[in-house]
Design a protein. Structure first.
Length: 130
């Protein structure tokens, strides 16, 4: 694997924060009146600094690393198992049609699936932390 485990774990941490904010946004569509002020205080308007940080981080990765992230996401989602990392990378490369950051940021449970995928790849002995 091209990326260091520490880098992927850092992205997972940020993705979980982003996933949590998305849940708050979903909650805002039907809030209890006593919680409106709290929800509004958690939202940052049209610009989301966590989303922007994740997008910029992914956009700065080389193509191989971006494709590996998609493969980890798919493994975490259950489309492949950890031992099939290379096959997942090949499939992600073959199916690549949109910017990776946009694809991943639009995917549900990004942080959870990346962590599950990374752990599965490590457990399968496929991960080589450079």
């Amino acid at each position: 694997m091209n990326m260091a485990e520490k880098s992927v774990r850092s992205l997972i941490f940020r993705a979980r924060a982003y996933d949590s904010k998305e849940q708050i946004d979903d909650f805002q569509s039907d809030p209890d009146s006593s919680e409106v002020d709290f929800v509004e205080s958690m939202l940052t308007g049209d610009r989301d600094p966590i989303r922007d940080e994740i997008k910029n981080w992914i956009d700065c990765l080389d193509e191989e690393s971006q494709v590996e992230l998609v493969a980890l996401y798919w493994i975490g989602r259950g489309d492949f198992d950890g031992s099939e990392f290379i096959a997942a990378v090949r499939e992600a490369l073959a199916r690549r049609s949109s910017p990776t950051a946009e694809y991943l940021l639009g995917a549900p449970m990004l942080g959870d699936y990346l962590e599950t995928g990374l752990d599965a790849v490590i457990e399968a002995g496929v991960f080589d932390d450079a």
